[in-house]
Design a protein around this ligand. Structure first.
Ligand code: NAD
Ligand code: MG
Length: 393
């Protein structure tokens, strides 16, 4: 048979941790992948380097100023279209020239481009877990209507997807519960009273994964695992009671599914996001990948322990929000994004993140969210409120 043409990728958040890893996977198989479009926000130097290497016909950045700066950095004779702002990202996500959209913008800013990709019926390699936390039902319904395929990049969900055999998770009826593994983050063994004084630099120093700043802080508070419990329930339509969390500091077992005969199906691998990304980009094919191999004898042991809810209340807050309803998870996410940004600026203590979220949830009565506009509106209101409350504190 004739060799198939390369799969064309559009990468949102190309300049971030997941974006860079995605392009490393694509570069390893130039015969299999071509890059149709790259979107970044502010780092035009890196975006220009990536664009020069892959020559996509379409780029996107956050502002007109950045677009001008980017254009000046591109090599002579290469003049791609440069789209701008949220509308530009959404247009890029729906480009007819793209087969697979990597959704790797951080935070709620990833929702509208993710929805645009799903509405356009794309294969979506979804790293932006916040979009499922904000609008999981809408994304699932839209995908059902358009035939879009959502492939989870998040390592835990990717592990479950691999363990359970792919797209429709055909064995879901056999699943008793899902067990998400958590590294425990940099403060896993700290005394609870020591956490008051931890700094952003300490929170950013993750023991097993190298990631962007927001998700690194989320890992330190365990909010990342809370968002992932919501992500799992929204991806597979499961109640929160079916998703457990276990702390596994070595980050080798990436999650497990417990079946109704007592079997545990797990996925193991190195703590390198390229494994999950490559699985999504190649799906259903598996391409070889040059990542470090796990040496079990060197590791010696894999350990598991319960999460410490006293020290890390964010995990419980996320479970409560999920049980309370869809609008509560929007408020949870908005308060968390505001609080994490304040913590990174040095204007909120570490434990203030959980308090800010608890406060936001306590003040929220619940509301109907029929569409993306109402979700983005609640997101904006919850952010304003969280910011005002933090200023008064
Ligand atoms: P990052 O901070 O390294 O990169 C974020 C990317 O988003 C950058 O390209 C940035 O330019 C872009 N961006 C930021 N704000 C934007 C905006 N307003 N509009 C458009 N683009 C914007 O983050 P990351 O670690 O790569 O994480 C990206 C997403 O993937 C997050 O949702 C995160 O939870 C998820 N994720 C990351 C990892 C990981 O290992 N890094 C693992 C699992 C899931
Ligand atoms: Mg994860």
């Amino acid at each position: 048979p004739a060799p198939s043409r390369p799969r064309r990728l559009a990468v949102l958040g190309a300049t971030g941790s997941i974006g860079v890893s995605s392009l490393r996977v694509a570069a390893e198989h130039p015969d299999k992948y071509a890059v149709a479009a790259l979107a970044g926000a502010t780092n035009v130097t890196l975006l220009a380097e990536q664009a020069a290497a892959f020559r996509p016909p379409v780029l996107a950045v956050l502002t007109d100023e950045r677009a001008d700066a980017l254009r000046k950095l591109l090599p002579a004779g290469y003049a791609p279209d440069i789209l701008v702002g949220p509308e530009g990202y959404a247009a890029l996500a729906a480009l007819p020239e793209a087969d697979v959209v990597v959704s790797a913008i951080v935070g709620a800013a990833g929702l509208l481009p993710t929805l645009a990709a799903v509405a356009a019926g794309k294969v979506v390699a979804l790293a932006n877990k916040e979009s499922l936390v904000l609008a999981g039902d809408l994304i699932r319904e839209t995908a059902r209507r358009t035939g879009a395929v959502i492939l989870p990049v998040d390592s835990e969900h990717n592990a479950l997807f691999q363990a359970l055999g792919g797209a429709g998770l055909p064995d879901l009826a056999l699943v008793e519960r899902l067990v998400l593994t958590a590294s425990g983050g940099p403060f896993r063994t700290r005394q609870t009273d020591e956490l008051a004084a931890v700094t952003p630099a300490m929170a950013l120093n993750h023991p097993t994964w190298a990631m962007g700043p927001k998700i690194s802080v989320d890992s330190a508070t365990l909010m990342n695992k809370g968002l992932e419990v919501i992500e799992a329930c929204r991806l597979y339509g499961l109640p929160v009671s079916m998703v457990d969390v276990v702390v596994h500091p070595q980050s080798i077992v990436h999650s497990l599914a417990q079946l109704h005969d007592g079997s545990l199906l797990a996925h193991l691998g190195p703590p390198d996001m390229r494994v999950a990304i490559a699985y999504c980009l190649g799906y259903p094919e598996r391409l070889p990948l040059a990542v470090p191999r796990v040496d079990l004898v060197t590791l010696g042991s894999l350990t598991f322990e319960a999460p410490r809810h006293d020290a890390f209340p964010c995990l419980g807050l996320a479970r409560d929000a999920l049980a309370a309803g869809a609008s509560h998870t929007v408020v949870l996410n908005a308060a968390n994004e505001v609080a994490v940004a304040l913590f990174l600026q040095g204007s909120l203590p570490f434990m203030g993140i959980a308090s800010a979220i608890a406060d936001a949830l306590a003040a929220h009565a619940g509301e109907a969210l029929p569409d993306a506009d109402s979700i983005m509106d609640l997101d904006a209101r919850a952010r304003r409120r969280a910011l005002e409350t933090a200023k008064r504190a």
